[in-house]
Design a protein around this ligand. Structure first.
Ligand SMILES: Nc1nc2c(c(=O)[nH]1)N[C@H]1C(S)=C(S)[C@@H](COP(=O)(O)O)O[C@H]1N2
Ligand SMILES: [Mo]
Length: 320
C-alpha cells in the first residue's frame, strides 16, 4: 500500500478535521472505504500525523463505523458537559485548559487478582488505538456523532484479572480544586463517580477513549482518558478517569445520588421511558441547526442488536 499517496493539502489549511475528512474521502475515492487496515497503515505512513500537534494515529474499526455524518470537530470540542468546569455548555472550553493532564495515572483496584497503576504513555501502548464512530446522546436530548480514538475497556480490565466476586465497576474521576472552578459548587459530591455492571464494562462497545478526530483528547472532552458507553446516556461516559474500582456490589454514582428519580444506575438510552421532566423520544443533533427536524431516538441509542441481550428479563422502566 505504500505506493499510494494521501492527497496534499496546503499546511496552512490543515486542521485535524480536514486531515480526518480528506483521509476518509480519499479512501472512499480509492474504493478502500471498507478496507480499514489500509487506512490505518496509510495514516501511520502518511507523515501528516506528525504535522499535527498531539496526533493520535488510529485505524478505523469497520465494526464501529456509522453512516451518519460526524459532528464537526468544533462542535464536539466546544459544546460540552463537564461540571468540574461549570454547568454551562461552553464552560469546559473556557476553563478546562487549566487542568493538569501530565503526569497522569489510572489505577485499577478492588476485586482483582492483579491491581495495578498505569501511566498515560503505557495506556497509549496497551492496545491498538482504533477509530470508532459512536453516537453520543445526552439525557438532555441532544446528540452528536463522534470519531473517538481508543480501544475496548476490556483490554485494561482483563489485565487486572477480575475475581469471581467482580460484579460491578466504579469509575472515579479527577479532582483538581486549584484548576476546576466547578468544584466550588456543591451540586455534585465530588469526585464525579460513574459505574457499570461487570458485563457492561467488559462489552466490546465500552471504550476507553484517549483521543478524538485523530488527536489526543482536548481537556474539555475528558483528557487524558475517559469512557464512551454509546448505548447509555452521555453521563455514563466519565471523563478524566483516575481510578477504576472493581466491586462485588452496585456502586454509588453521582447522578443517581443527586436525583435518583431522574437518573438511574443503568441510564440506557430508551425512547419509551421518559425522563420525569421531558420526553426521551427524540433528540436534537448538534450542528444541524436549532430549527432542523429532530431525530428519533432509538432503543439503546441504535445499539440494540449488540446490547439488548444484556438486559433480557429486566423491566427497563424500573431499572432506568
Ligand atoms: N468527570 C465528568 N465526566 C462527565 C461529565 C461531567 O460533568 N464530569 N458529564 C457527562 C455528560 S452529562 C455528558 S453528556 C458527557 C459529554 O461528553 P462530551 O462533552 O465529550 O461530549 O460527558 C459525561 N462525563
Ligand atoms: Mo449528558
Amino acid at each position: 500500500m505504500s505506493r499510494l499517496k494521501l492527497p496534499s493539502i496546503p499546511s496552512s489549511q490543515i486542521t485535524d478535521e480536514t486531515v480526518w475528512r480528506s483521509r476518509r474521502r480519499w479512501l472512499q475515492q480509492a474504493g478502500l472505504g471498507a478496507v480499514a487496515m489500509a487506512g490505518g497503515a496509510l495514516w501511520h505512513e502518511g507523515l501528516r500525523a506528525e504535522q499535527v500537534e498531539g496526533a493520535l494515529p488510529a485505524t478505523l474499526n469497520p465494526a464501529y463505523s456509522l453512516p451518519d455524518k460526524p459532528t464537526s470537530e468544533k462542535d464536539i470540542t466546544s459544546y460540552n458537559n463537564f461540571y468540574e468546569f461549570g454547568t454551562g455548555k461552553t464552560d469546559p472550553l473556557s476553563h478546562a485548559a487549566r487542568m493538569q493532564t501530565r503526569p497522569w495515572t489510572l489505577s485499577i483496584e478492588g476485586e482483582v487478582a492483579k491491581p495495578f497503576t498505569i501511566d498515560l504513555d503505557d495506556l497509549l501502548k496497551l492496545a491498538t488505538i482504533e477509530e470508532r464512530i459512536y453516537r453520543l446522546r445526552c439525557v438532555e436530548a441532544w446528540s452528536m456523532v463522534i470519531p473517538w480514538n481508543g480501544y475496548a475497556l476490556s483490554h485494561l480490565l482483563k489485565r487486572a484479572e477480575p475475581t469471581g466476586n467482580a460484579k460491578f465497576v466504579q469509575f472515579v474521576t479527577a479532582t483538581q480544586p486549584e484548576n476546576m472552578p466547578g468544584l466550588r459548587s456543591r451540586i455534585i459530591d465530588w469526585p464525579y463517580l460513574e459505574g457499570l455492571r461487570m458485563d457492561e464494562a467488559m462489552h466490546p462497545l465500552t471504550m476507553l477513549v484517549l483521543g478524538v478526530y485523530g488527536k489526543l483528547l482536548p481537556n474539555q472532552n475528558g483528557a487524558p482518558v475517559r469512557l464512551a458507553v454509546p448505548w447509555k446516556y452521555g453521563f455514563k461516559s466519565g471523563k478524566s478517569l483516575v481510578k477504576i474500582r472493581v466491586l462485588d456490589h452496585m456502586p454509588e454514582t453521582s447522578w443517581a445520588a443527586i436525583a435518583p428519580n431522574e437518573y438511574g444506575f443503568y441510564a440506557n438510552v430508551n425512547p419509551t421511558v421518559a425522563h420525569p421532566r421531558w420526553s426521551q423520544a427524540t433528540e436534537r443533533r448538534i450542528g444541524d441547526g436549532f430549527f432542523a427536524p429532530r431525530v428519533e431516538t432509538r432503543m439503546f441509542n441504535g445499539y440494540a442488536e449488540q446490547v439488548a441481550s444484556l438486559y433480557t428479563g429486566m423491566d427497563l422502566a424500573r431499572y432506568y
